[in-house]
Design a protein around this ligand. Sequence first.
Ligand code: NZQ
Ligand code: ZN
Length: 392
Amino acid sequence: MFNFKYYTPTKVVFGKDTEQQVAELIKEFGGKKVLIHYGGGSVVRSGLLGRVTDILDAAGISYVTLGGAVPNPHLGLVYEGIELCKKEGVDFLLAVGGGSAIDSAKAIGYGVTNDGDVWDFYDYKRKADACLPLGVILTIAATGSEMSDSSVITKEEGLVKRGYSSDYCRPKFAILNPELTMTLPDYQTACGCTDIMMHTMERYFTNGGNMEITDSMAEGLLCTVMENAKILKKDPKNYDARAEVMWAGSLAHNGLTGCGNDGGDWMTHKLEHELGGLYDVAHGAGLAAIWGSWARYVYKECLPRFKRYAINVMGVKEEGTDEEIALKGIEAMEDFYREINMPTNLRELGVKATEEDLVTMAHKCAVGVGGAMGSAKLLKEEDMLAIYRVSM
Ligand code: NZQ
Ligand code: ZN
């Protein structure tokens, strides 16, 4: 069992109609001039953005708006947001949307409060020492960015997708109204459930010490998300299922399911980030497409965890060798992905990569992780390439 720090400063306001409280929350955290940042337009179409601006108008809070954060959000818009905030004297950011709008807002926050090029942080050249305060109205349960310390940005030049983490960007508040997720396309709901599970699985499949309380919470979270993902496939307007998944999304990536372990594996995410950067795939679908190949490549070196996962999460019977049980668990996980219409390889993801593309992704991935990474099994560039090849 490892020592750990657990820091989750985000005030969570959960439930129906909670977006009504946005003005008082902004005031509580000192916001006077707000940038409302959002994505490609779903919040305009749903009427949420209009409701939010009406609430701010009524409360006398001035704001500017900036839409256009795309999935796998771009650095170009971050620069635009930084300029806008400086010109308008913005002192508070409100992201209305999903992980992409939130991450883009976090990057804008770094850019406004630190001198120099904000990309330096994502390029691991230096560390930020501040971020503008940020609030979130979440519209998709997925990344956990509403409570996490990370943001992931894609630099258009070279299609480089990189994450940067620091406590400065943890949102001050997160408004979680499960009803706001009911307009999601089924594909995005399934992508979100996959990502939520993966944030816990990355922390679960380790060779570091683990805590029983953490493992039990992780297993409970995984079973809950699986069960409710299946309910949502049949009944997308089911409020309780939306609520279970939404809260799981925040808990899966606020650090809770990693307390006492070695920090996690994270290689499925790193391998996916290259896919997202190069092919602009939805993050959750990319994770599902790569996980099985990663799992089969590493499971023998992390057998106790894979066996435990198979039995406690996937319901595999304790019969046969440990390896047989572990493999049945991996197969059951892939069956679950198929059941919610997620891909289990790159072909199903719609990615037609050449051998040269796979070599490029493996190289960029290795550079991005500083050479080698992984707790279930330490992966070097040649291992990353091998996993990409098998996932075709
Ligand atoms: O852009 P709009 O028009 O809003 O549409 C979005 C987008 O097309 C749509 N959507 C969101 N809420 C909706 C809705 N459509 C209808 N009704 C709603 N209520 O869904 C699509 C996906 O949105 P996006 O914000 O891109 O999804 P997600 O939350 O999955 O974010 C993905 C990004 O976050 C990064 C990913 O790599 C990816 O770039 N991640 C961020 C993390 C973090 N900051 O902690 C951790 C994650 O591992 C992840 O890497
Ligand atoms: Zn993720």
